[in-house]
Write a protein that binds this ligand. Sequence first.
Ligand code: NAD
Length: 420
Amino acid sequence: MSNSYNPHEEIMHIVDKAAQLLGLEERDYTQLKYPERELKVSVPVRMDDGSIKVFEGYRVQHSGVRGPYKGGIRYHQNVDMDEVKALAAAMTFKCAVVDIPYGGGKGGITVDATKLSKGELERLTRKYTTLLFPMVGPHIDIPAPDVNTNEEVMAWFMDTYSMVNGQLTLSVVTGKPIALGGSLGRREATGRGVLIATREIAKKVGLDLKDATVAVQGAGNVGGTTALLLHREGCRIIAISDVSGAIYNENGLDIEDVVRFLRAERGRLLKDYDAPGLVRISNEELLQLKVDILVPAALENAIHEKNASSIGARVIVEAANGPTTTAADEILQKKGVTIVPDILANAGGVVVSYFEWLQNLQSVKWEEEEINRKLENIMVKAFHDVWSMAEKHGTSLRMGAFMLALERIVAAIKLRGITF
Ligand code: NAD
């Protein structure tokens, strides 16, 4: 990994290339290179031992051209402004790829959430919410879960926002518990979207998912669900990892058992899981396995210039945001690896977040079957839109996805008359 890696610059480099291929002029899209708003907050928290710690928090609103800002909140020790800016921009393009009426935003707190008690996490979340209060709202900016945040964190966010706002405001945040305005199918939505994208790419490259070998990096909400759903589709999940390392079985892991173990208690890790025939390998070794499909579902920059040439997969489906650097992407393309890019592959989460928001605004509840059917329709259409764009211009699916999104965003910019 190079020290000069800057995730925001990486995305903007792709946007420039996409614009060039579309024949856009710089003036058509230059505003997208800058977030519309960046907020940095200091979040004081009373710790369990009575001390006060101050954490740094962020919320970036990248573009509101096509609708209210939308994007997750991440709790991680590596969160900084550049990362949040990149993730916010990615949301703008992702929402445009699946053509839902949102712009892009993202938030985060620089904190190792695994070291906080539940009480500390709750106080951190509630204080952060009050600091963000003037900038978020059901028609302004609607957060959601991301790394190390979950339904419970969203419930605290919604409750705090509602208290300050003086009225119950379910639609201010998505990814909430079902009992509190959450949507059926939201918990699995990102993984289900990854499954749909995998199915579509498998058809295109002539890969039978029955008994296809899969390695998944990351075993959280997205990685765990994706592994489960691919397994149920007939794939053989031969390796999965988390921050504590990877487990491997060439005959296929009992993935239902693995995920059940991880989800039984907060903070469970794969290093404490055991089963007959299981071999422990490192995260790097997992990435190098000779598999049909590799699903990076942890953090950005997992596949970089130094390890790209040793990737053993035929197809990569990017469940995480930004798992492949631009330099790695070029190496993989030369190797003939097919990549389904993040802004398409993991868009299922924001699509069902949109459904949750619609249900909250109308005070209705949709059936899970209806939600999954609507998600499938949107994902399949987006996949084929991206495929056609890439084919028409003889480019990668990543470039096709950015071109499709950019075309839609620039059309909105022009219609709104923002450029004058
Ligand atoms: P999560 O916190 O539920 O899980 C993250 C997983 O990654 C955990 O298993 C963790 O142990 C593992 N991990 C962390 N560092 C690692 C490392 N260095 N090597 C290997 N594994 C590591 O988070 P999540 O919600 O599943 O998000 C995962 C990715 O998917 C992120 O890039 C996120 O932005 C993206 N994403 C999430 C959603 C969503 O709905 N939650 C939607 C779209 C994209």
